[in-house]
Design a protein around this ligand. Structure first.
Ligand SMILES: Cc1cc2nc3c(=O)[nH]c(=O)nc-3n(C[C@H](O)[C@H](O)[C@H](O)COP(=O)(O)OP(=O)(O)OC[C@H]3O[C@@H](n4cnc5c(N)ncnc54)[C@H](O)[C@@H]3O)c2cc1C
Length: 454
């Protein structure tokens, strides 16, 4: 059995490891365009901040680990075409030499690429790039370019375009590196995956640490100025130009689908490759997983939600099925968490407006209970909003913002497990959750909010 996998990140590696675990005789080969197999790109902001001093430590597993697990890696090799009928993939090495690689089963896990969202000067002929101090952050190569830029040109003023979770992590990293940081956000609030009033808590935290946050600023383009790149933004007062020494654009990603669409695969939400719950593409013997494919959402149906957690799960399923298994992806509920300086913000499931958008009548309860008993030192309030179905009480979503160390992520995970299993908001109070004064209260914080439902 020859299993060929295109890609070398979360989804691809999971597929390869699972396939070899289930079928140790399978010949599993990965062709990887870059030279960073199984690196945690989620850790990039922490290397730039200085928390992880050696970038090699960002590897989930070393190349030696992967080869010991039976994976054959071809690094710096790019797949350029899939011939579905011939069961062959054309690949090109860095020397430009092309060859055809045959397969019995194929898993495509080529991920996503940065989206420039119509910002002129970020792509196309004459675009500004690393030589101008302008970076699109997505992978390890870009991380190295930013590190080089910080070391060589020693920029002082940074502009970050996009205040999603990566933009905020990078704002923290660059403040820690001593830069003057301006964070531009097109919408009315940072971290738009939260309700704006909860997002404003995160904006306050950014401001408290010296980040100049400008919400409601749509970046139209970039141009070369005399002293460095100039960002052209538009807000309610008109068009404004912001000079910088370093610009990092993190305005989202789009699925990297060219190989599969050229081979005849169809696309779904987000223009990602449509897959079924077995990660089949509809092309014979071709599976796909990760940021490039659609995501089954347990409350919304098919959507596109590119995250490392999902890529790991989908990859594992693709690998299992590629060697004859029958695994099905159970779906996600959009659980996410981010640390911003001393705060953590998490969400799972649906916000009230998102529930309304899909025709569910929903309402929410909000409170700020302490993370643990106030008499024990170091307690912090957590802003918690629970959203449920107004008719049935079924828990639909949760949003939490609180101090780092207040177990925000794990409380969000309690809610994620409750949504996954279909509990109602009142049933949260029935859960047997752990209590000791330094860590919680007899009614945990999420239960204290759930009690407000009635
Ligand atoms: C800075 C940053 C922070 C993040 N933080 C988080 C987080 O905290 N939590 C979270 O859940 N997610 C996070 N993510 C998202 C997460 O990293 C992605 O969802 C995940 O990496 C997707 O994995 P993937 O395998 O689908 O694709 P990718 O990681 O995009 O990898 C694609 C792979 O395909 C290879 N490839 C592409 N084209 C070809 C080709 N033609 N031939 C051969 N190989 C090819 C690439 O070299 C690469 O190995 C973060 C992302 C970034 C950039």
């Amino acid at each position: 059995m020859r299993l060929l996998i295109i890609g070398g990140s979360d989804a691809a590696i999971m597929a390869g490891l699972r396939a070899r675990r289930l079928d140790p005789r399978a010949h599993v080969t990965l062709v990887v365009a870059d030279r960073y197999p199984n690196y945690s790109i989620c850790g990039i902001p922490y290397h730039i901040a200085g928390d992880v001093s050696d970038w090699h430590d960002l590897a989930h597993r070393t190349r030696t680990d992967l080869e010991a697990a039976g994976l054959s890696l071809r690094l710096g090799v790019r797949a350029t075409a899939i011939d579905v009928a011939a069961h062959a993939v054309t690949v090109a090495g860095s020397d430009g030499n092309r060859e055809a690689m045959g397969y019995d089963r194929l898993v495509v896990a080529t991920g996503a690429v940065p989206a420039v969202n119509g910002i002129t000067g970020l792509s196309g002929p004459g675009a500004l790039g690393p030589a101008d101090g302008v970076h699109l952050l997505h992978g390890m190569d870009q991380m190295h370019e930013i590190q080089r830029d910080l070391a060589v040109r020693r920029p002082r003023r940074a502009v970050i375009i996009g205040a999603g979770y990566i933009g905020m992590e990078m704002a923290e990293a660059l403040i820690r590196r001593g830069l003057d940081v301006t964070l531009l956000q097109r919408g009315p609030e940072v971290l738009p995956t939260l309700d704006p009033d909860l997002g404003s808590l995160v904006r306050d935290e950014l401001s408290r640490h010296g980040v100049h946050v400008r919400v409601g600023t749509a970046v139209r383009g970039l141009r070369r100025g005399e002293r460095g790149p100039v960002v052209i933004g538009e807000d309610t007062t008109g068009v404004r130009e912001i000079g910088a020494d370093l610009v990092i654009a993190v305005t989202g990603v789009r699925p990297n689908t060219g190989l599969l669409t050229a081979a005849g695969a169809t696309t779904g939400p987000g223009a990602a490759i449509a897959v079924d719950d077995h990660m089949r593409t509809g092309l014979p013997d071709v599976y796909a997983a990760g940021d490039g494919v659609t995501t089954k959402h347990r409350l919304l149906g098919d959507t596109w939600l590119p995250l490392g957690t999902t890529a790991h799960k989908q990859g594992r399923i693709a690998g299992e099925n590629a060697v004859g298994g029958d695994a099905a992806f159970a779906g996600v509920i959009g659980t996410q968490v981010v640390k911003v300086f001393g705060l953590v913000a998490a969400r799972t499931g649906l916000r009230e407006d998102e529930a309304h958008d899909v025709g569910i009548s929903a309402r929410s309860v909000t409170a700020t209970p302490d993370d643990h008993k106030a008499y024990y030192p170091g307690s912090h309030p957590i802003a918690i909003r629970l959203t449920g179905d107004s008719d049935t009480g079924r828990l639909l979503g949760g949003q939490l913002v609180g101090a780092y160390g207040a177990e925000i992520a794990k409380r969000s995970d309690v809610l994620a497990a409750a949504i996954f299993t279909g509990l109602t908001v009142p049933q949260l109070c029935d859960l047997d959750l752990a209590y000791t004064p330094p860590l919680a209260a007899p009614w945990d914080a999420v239960q204290a909010v759930a009690q407000l439902w009635d």
